[in-house]
Design a protein around this ligand. Structure first.
Ligand code: SF4
Ligand code: SF4
Length: 349
């Protein structure tokens, strides 16, 4: 029986035969998963790292499709973290598929105790709110931790996610290491264009109540309350945000969506600001390396970064990583309303 919403034609035979009957799975080598069903049938999956934001050319897509036709009955899927998986590869063909993927210049890995595919939002590529370029930053981080993607030598899985502004579409706040683009200037108010905007909506959309209507000026923004999220700019093109000279990124640590270990957690800000310095991103890569190297040396087996910090404490985290403690590191914005995500017109339930 096929579940609601699962197009039957897109399911390879091995999944159709064992739908809902899987009993176990294990990582048999870096990037290769073996699932075993209650019938004893096995299903092998090979995971491949994708470039930043999973942007690949049609030529590459077609090359992967040819491999899928040859090795996995034409079946491919993209994971939640933008990695590519060949599902249902006959066991005797796994090594040959890995050789062909490697020959294309791609790497097999990203499972279990490795670096998982780095996730980013679009940022400068095609979003007006971006304070940084998450794609080029992810590329540099991929290069810095390339060995950790194709190996199973980290203490636990490592998820790095990059969102180019505090709206957090790249989900940096629930990753082991989250990098989030930050604007440091408040939106500019282009008074003559305000007539294009619905002012009560603009006022109500601000999560920190920083925007107030003002007779004669249309509206004003209180710089002490603004957290530079850009939500008002999404509603009103007369309030552009972003400054090439001062925008940059912050680094957050210890986020986790899963319930393993000490349960889910939101990442905490540990590096409040680093400048945008593409294409090398030296400062950001160095700070991330400090975190990963300290965790690699000190964590216990299967201890995610959040659980490691929970055990050793934040004071020791700063000592082991050598990251400077800043008075600006904090859990939340001081003026954020208690339920800030619910207190605007877009997010209500
Ligand atoms: S996180 Fe910000 S920059 Fe990235 S896609 Fe979302 S709104 Fe755009
Ligand atoms: S919506 Fe965001 S950027 Fe706009 S004024 Fe409010 S806090 Fe600042």
């Amino acid at each position: 029986m096929v579940g609601i919403g699962v197009p039957e034609l897109m399911i390879p035979d091995v999944l159709r035969r064992n739908y809902g009957r899987w009993e176990s799975h294990e990582v048999v080598k870096p990037g290769v998963l073996k699932h075993v069903s209650e019938s004893g049938e096995e299903c092998y999956t090979v995971r491949v790292g994708m470039p930043s934001n999973a942007r690949i050319s049609t030529k590459t897509v077609l090359a992967f499709c040819d491999l899928a036709d040859e090795y996995s009955d034409g079946y491919l899927r993209l994971t939640q973290r933008h990695a590519l998986e060949f599902v249902g590869v006959p066991v005797e063909k796994v090594d040959s598929l890995i050789r062909d993927i490697t020959a294309m210049g791609y790497v097999v890995g990203g499972l279990d105790r490795s670096l998982h595919n780095i996730v980013t939002c679009a940022g400068w590529f095609h979003c007006q709110l971006g304070a940084t370029d998450p794609l080029s930053l992810a590329q540099k981080l991929n290069e810095a931790f390339f060995e950790d993607f194709g190996d199973e030598a980290l203490p636990a899985k490592l998820k790095i996610s990059i969102a180019a502004c505090p709206n957090n579409c790249g989900e940096g706040i629930t990753a082991d290491i989250g990098i989030i683009g930050i604007h440091r200037d408040i939106p500019r108010v282009i008074k003559e264009n305000l007539k294009e905007c619905e002012l009560p909506l603009v006022v109500s959309i601000c999560p920190t109540a920083a925007i107030k209507p003002k007779r004669g000026d249309g509206l004003v923004i209180n710089p002490d309350r603004c957290m530079h999220c850009g939500s008002c700019y999404m509603t009103c093109p007369a309030l552009p945000i972003g400054n090439a000279e001062t925008d940059g990124v912050g680094i957050f640590v210890g986020g986790k969506a899963g319930t393993s270990g000490n349960g889910p957690s939101f990442a905490k800000l540990v590096v409040p600001y680093l400048p945008n310095h593409p294409p090398d991103w030296t400062e950001v890569v160095n700070e991330v390396k400090k975190i990963v190297d300290a965790w690699r040396k000190d964590a216990r087996a299967y201890e995610r970064i959040a659980d490691w910090i929970e055990r050793i404490g934040w004071e020791r985290f700063y000592k082991l990583t050598g990251i400077e403690i800043s008075s600006k590191s904090m859990d939340n914005f001081v003026f954020a309303l208690e339920r800030s995500l619910k207190d605007n017109v877009r997010l209500r339930w």
